[in-house]
Design a protein. Structure first.
Lengths: 519, 342
């Protein structure tokens, strides 16, 4: 090649690229029925897989639940209702027998049977050899195995009595055994098949997930009307992690629903002519945790003093524009066994100072409040709110995983963190955080009586007895105060006015079956 | 001669890539954070056994040296193992999904930078210190000095949020469905003959493309300008003018070709920077390429994914440099001759 020819070529290439828009005179886009009738949802996190068994992400679950149904589900008020199961009974405390819905087919035409349920659950508990371990195993607690009784009856066996198995099954979506075995886990994670109201169409990672209405849908739970195929032509999910970008997209009409509206942007959404704000109480509790295993918070009086040192209400009003609720403990009010008798948190500086004096800190105490970088503003407000109480608080922010790493090693004294409990059963949060062996007992908190109560409540098949035990646990925790300043923020959505029947849910799921779109 | 030169350079790649992979491996492992923690998130009733199972499955329970050995063994055959943050999916597949987006953005910015900078550089050199030259020089200075994330945000606010002219994120309007042949949306739209999709793809490329192109264009403008000014004062150019050739022919036919030779190296180096400098831009524009993937992978301690992406960056940077050297040899016989004599 001569130099001149080469140079000519090199100059032509960008020139040709620059000319490309000129070729686009003929507009023949592909806004098919699907795209026209689809609701577009801006997610607050990226989706890394579409395999229901291989994630611990609420976002993935919210997408997957539109493709794959489970044995049970919940309605918008968080009531448990049957979905692919029709009824169930418990035999001998450790054997749950589920009757399955008949005549249901997967999106690929395979019939739904007990074999699929067995395969789905076996895979999660690690009973299918050759597959990578599922990070959702603990969500099935002590499940030991699954038996198919007949094509439409399945028995789930647990090692010990497990009173909340039915509640835990809303987190497991059923996959078709034959299809999964044919395509393998990697292909399934990219193009899943289920029995849900929407069929998977396309996934462009980081960009969009397209689902279309499954015309052969059996209709969903009979207890959540309307029953039948979805109303929408489809759903398009787009991950937009930046809150400002999500809202700009809603404002511009690019998307219909945005998740996680930042509280300081509520007024902006309320002012949009084309959208409205939808909110509901969430299941995540924020709180200040204290290290009970070392000074100064090893002294219960110092922990109690801290509880009286701050009023959560100004914090909620100013920093969360009133979109949160102050709580006496980590449980949210809609949880099973929530203790309504505990007093609402309030500030009492006289009590705080008296407790500090008795604990040997008449001149107050310097402490550091550690938090994630994203919570720094709230942490600073907490520090400011404690002024005059004797606690002089300095805030230190960390990268999320860095802080978690230190908390697991119980290296921090006082920290602002949060914990979600979508199951709304105390067993999903209290033993994890407060049992002496709790995986996330960041507080070094040890109380043999509380351990025993938690273990008994875990195994008891009697709801009343469980309730009574969990109430006792909440009272012990209130007295011992390993945590304080609890508040639960609302789930905030921006929803285009054209979208009808979108109900925000405390658990953050996004079932699109009942939603419709006005043209 | 060519084969030997290229062969030697390719051999040099081996220690470079081995060094890069080791540095990345060590840095990732020394940073606090645990991939299993990320995998399980705020999982509930986890037992130590479940954690141990996951650790064993991903070989995280082995000594660091063994882990590195395993990584090298796999990487040699192009397999980077499973991604920790994309459970159940191999790194190769995850990267392959995002690579076309980055490639498209890089090519677009590259073309945009050249299409803007070469004509501006040439025009600026025709009348040094003239008004256009002063404007171009000032613009180039601005282009070099502005940080990418800042320029990106300014463009986004102005053209996306205020004027509503251009989209601020993504690669294609959500309402469009495009069959994916190459993964490069604009090319796919061309293949499908879909004008609306092509228009949409280019509109989505414009803001991140411009942000990425700015520093490279600025650099090339300065390079072309100074090189052209030098060439235009050469005797053979004066001779061409004396022959009575029109000025356009003198510039385009006689001067430009020679003036561009020194620009080739700059362009190749800048192209390497474009590719590896896309992380910030992709995060700012929420652009689904490997730059954003790398940032996400770093924050979730996804060692294999980070390693794969950094190796891609290193490999492409080294290859682009090699390409520049070869090009230089093609274009400039003075470099070739002494080697031919060996």
């Amino acid at each position: 090649m001569t130099r001149r020819r080469f140079l000519a070529g090199a100059l032509m290439a960008p020139a040709l690229t620059a000319l490309l828009p000129g070729c686009s005179q003929e507009r023949k886009g592909l806004p098919s029925d699907l795209v026209g009738g689809a609701v577009r949802v801006a997610l607050d996190a990226d989706v890394e897989t579409l395999d229901p068994a291989m994630h611990r992400s609420r976002t993935v679950e919210a997408v997957v639940q539109n493709i794959c149904d489970g044995l049970l589900t919940r309605d918008p008020t968080m009531r448990y209702v049957p979905q692919l199961a029709t009824s169930w009974t418990v035999e001998d405390e450790a054997r749950w027998v589920f009757k399955l819905r008949q005549g249901v087919t997967f999106h690929n035409g395979d019939p739904f049977t007990a074999e699929d349920v067995k395969f789905t659950l076996d895979r999660i508990i690690g009973a299918v050899p050759g597959l990578p371990p599922s990070p959702r195993k603990d969500l099935l607690g002590p499940v030991a195995g699954v038996e198919t009784v007949d094509p439409y009856t399945v028995a789930i066996l647990t090692e010990v009595p497990y009173p909340i198995l039915d509640k835990k099954l809303v987190f497991q979506e059923i996959v078709p055994r034959r299809y999964f075995e044919n395509v393998g886990p990697e292909a399934f994670a990219r193009s899943p098949v289920g029995t849900g109201p929407f069929r998977f169409v396309e996934w462009q990672p980081g960009e969009r997930i397209v689902l279309e209405r499954f015309e052969g849908y059996y209709g969903g739970s009979s207890e959540i009307p309307p029953v039948g195929p979805a109303r929408l032509g489809g759903v398009i999910f787009r991950p937009l992690e930046e809150g400002a970008t999500r809202l700009a997209s809603l404002e511009a009409g690019d998307v219909h629903v945005v998740l996680s509206v930042p509280p300081d942007q509520v007024a902006r959404v309320e002012g949009m002519p084309n959208a409205r704000l939808a909110s509901t109480q969430g299941t995540r509790t924020h709180f200040v945790g204290l290290n009970c295993a070392r000074r100064p918070f090893s002294d219960v009086r110092v922990r109690q003093a801290l509880r009286w040192a701050i009023d959560p209400m100004p914090l909620i009003e100013h920093f969360l524009v009133g979109r949160a609720r102050a709580l006496p403990g980590v449980l949210v009010p809609m949880s099973f066994a929530f203790d309504t008798s505990l007093p609402q948190p309030r500030r009492d500086l006289t009590r705080a100072r008296a407790l500090m004096r008795r604990a040997g800190y008449p001149n107050g105490l310097n402490v550091t409040l550690d938090c994630e970088a994203g919570d720094k503003r709230i942490a600073e407000a907490v520090a400011g709110g404690m002024r005059g109480s004797g606690f002089r608080v300095e805030v230190r922010a960390w990268k999320r995983d860095n802080l978690l790493h230190q908390l697991r090693r119980r290296e921090r004294d006082m920290f602002l963190t949060s914990w979600g409990n979508a199951s709304l059963d105390p067993s999903g949060i209290l033993p994890v955080l407060f049992h002496s062996d709790g995986y996330s007992n960041f507080f070094g908190y040890r109380n043999p009586r509380l351990d025993r109560l938690l273990e008994e409540a875990d195994r008891s098949m009697d709801p009343e007895s469980r309730q009574e035990k969990y109430i006792q646990v909440q009272r012990i925790l209130h007295a011992d105060a390993p945590t304080c300043l609890h508040f639960a923020v609302e789930e905030l959505y921006g929803v285009a006015r054209a979208v009808k029947d979108f109900h925000p849910r405390p658990d953050g799921m996004l079932p699109m079956h009942d939603v419709s779109l006005m043209s | 001669m060519w084969m030997r030169f290229i062969g030697q350079r390719l051999l040099q790649l081996i220690p470079v890539l081995a060094g890069v992979s080791m540095i990345v491996f060590l840095t990732m492992h020394l940073t606090p954070g645990d991939p299993i923690e990320h995998m399980l998130g705020q999982a509930g009733r986890i037992t130590q056994r479940q954690i141990d199972e996951l650790r064993a499955h991903y070989a995280l329970d082995r000594p660091m040296l063994v882990q590195y050995g395993l990584f090298l063994k796999r990487a040699l055959v192009g397999d980077f193992g499973p991604s920790y943050s994309h459970l159940g999916r191999p790194v190769r597949e995850v990267v392959a999904e995002r690579l076309p987006a980055t490639l498209e953005l890089t090519l677009f910015s590259f073309a945009l930078a050249l299409a803007l900078s070469v004509p501006v550089g040439v025009l600026a050199s025709v009348r040094p210190q003239g008004l256009f030259d002063r404007l171009a020089t000032a613009g180039a200075l601005l282009g070099i000095s502005m940080p990418g994330f800042w320029l990106g945000l300014v463009l986004m606010i102005l053209f996306g949020l205020r004027l509503h002219w251009l989209p601020i994120s993504g690669r294609l309007d959500l309402g469009l469905v495009l069959p994916s042949a190459t993964g490069l949306n604009s090319l796919d739209a061309l293949i499908a003959g879909d004008g609306a999709a092509l228009w949409s793809a280019l509109r989505h490329l414009l803001l991140p493309g411009l942000t990425m192109a700015a520093p490279m264009a600025a650099m090339v403008v300065r390079m072309v300008r100074s090189s052209m000014i030098g060439v235009l004062s050469q005797d053979y150019v004066q001779f061409a003018r004396a022959k009575g050739l029109p000025e356009r022919a003198v510039i385009c036919k006689h001067a430009l070709g020679n003036a561009l030779i020194p620009a080739v190296n700059v362009v190749a180096l800048q192209a390497g920077l474009l590719l590896s400098g896309n992380m910030v831009i992709e995060v700012v524009f929420q652009y689904p390429g490997i730059g954003k993937l790398a940032v996400d992978a770093i924050s979730s301690a996804d060692y294999p994914l980070v390693q794969a992406i950094v190796l891609i960056y290193a490999l492409s940077y080294v290859l682009l440099n090699l390409g520049a050297d070869v090009l230089h040899m093609v274009l400039d016989p003075r470099i070739r001759r002494p080697q031919e004599g060996r």
